[in-house]
Design a protein around this ligand. Sequence first.
Ligand SMILES: Cc1cc2nc3c(=O)[nH]c(=O)nc-3n(C[C@H](O)[C@H](O)[C@H](O)COP(=O)(O)O)c2cc1C
Ligand SMILES: CC(C)CC(=O)C(=O)O
Length: 391
Amino acid sequence: MNGERFTPVNTFEYEALAKLKLPKMVYDYYASGADDEYTLEDNIAAFRRLRLRPRVLVDISAQDISTTLLGIPSSFPLVIAPAAMQKMAHPDGEVAVARAAAKNKVIMTLSSLSTCSMEQVAESSPAGAKWFQLYIYKDRQVTKKLVERAQNAGYKALVLTVDAQRLGRREADIHNKFSLPQHLTFGNFQEEQTTNDDKTRTKSAQGSGIEAYFASLMDPSLTWKDIAWLQSITRLPIILKGITTAEDAQKAVQSGVAAVIVSNHGARQLDGMLATIDCVEEVVDAVRSRIPVLMDSGVRRGTDILKALALGAKAVCIGRPVLWALAVGGEEGVDDVLNLLRNEFHLAMGLVGCRSVEEIDRRIVVHQDVARIQKLKPKTHPQPLSQNARL
Ligand SMILES: Cc1cc2nc3c(=O)[nH]c(=O)nc-3n(C[C@H](O)[C@H](O)[C@H](O)COP(=O)(O)O)c2cc1C
Ligand SMILES: CC(C)CC(=O)C(=O)O
């Protein structure tokens, strides 16, 4: 294979190419999971343990893969998950992702810890619907200000992350003494950064700078009572990100939130948790259609989206595939990955005999016998030989 002509055709190949392009510290931060990364591996493997049961001889000449999420139309059931510090992947950072999302008519979720400001991102792509991911700061005035700004800038919902009272232990970040590169800043905290440079840039003499930064600012005392507080200061719908059990799903419904995202944070928090696709049915059953259930962690293929919907999810979110695409090709790369996933989903939905997302149901997916599956080696993808590959 000629490395100069390598064009990625799936999200795994985007990762391989991004790994060649990115500085090691940045690639490791994006790619890492917590501890031994068992759950990281399982987020992907669990999708492979699920197999599809297609129905044939269905007229699929006019498929509709679109959906609606909290009243927002979406070209297919996919949302961009919040991921911090995107200018480390590409100088345009979150703005490039927002533009590609708007072009593809999918919702983008912006991280609290973005490297562009939320106003800049909103202005860059006014036609695209956006959600704002919220971390709750010990200083509630900081949190309140973020919420007000998100509301004023036109964000349509708050995605409150509830699985990160403390940051997980990512060993590569400890080895690399990960910190936000000197030329970048947190876009939503420009004022604070001129007065307290080192702390806000996450510098650390030892260990992971981001872990130290997070521990110094975020509130580990968060409980269900704080959901009521958040509801009292905003008119935006609140989505809880990081629900994985029936017990918490029931509490989420009782607390009056608009939706939940079944997520293990891309396996970056608690190693040893189930893969999130294995938690979806439990949460869906507990919620009993009262609010939409979304899921993320390990979605890499159109067939993964199909499987998640078959188990009752309304949509999936993707984290790392967007970062790899951004690193490889900026806005164009993200546009390409969204197109790839849309096309894969369209094809997969047709091949199982579903004409619309409403027709996707539990019968199209079956849990495969684990022992048998482990003997089947997944295809290895061709690796790009140089970073000068073309899109
Ligand atoms: C580099 C990176 C940064 C992330 N930053 C945030 C964040 O700021 N807020 C948040 O709620 N989740 C964050 N996440 C978790 C994602 O929103 C999402 O849950 C996860 O990436 C989904 O798994 P996937 O990467 O396998 O698709 C981050 C994930 C990654 C990989
Ligand atoms: C800056 C980090 C706290 C963002 C995050 O949630 C993550 O790295 O998983």
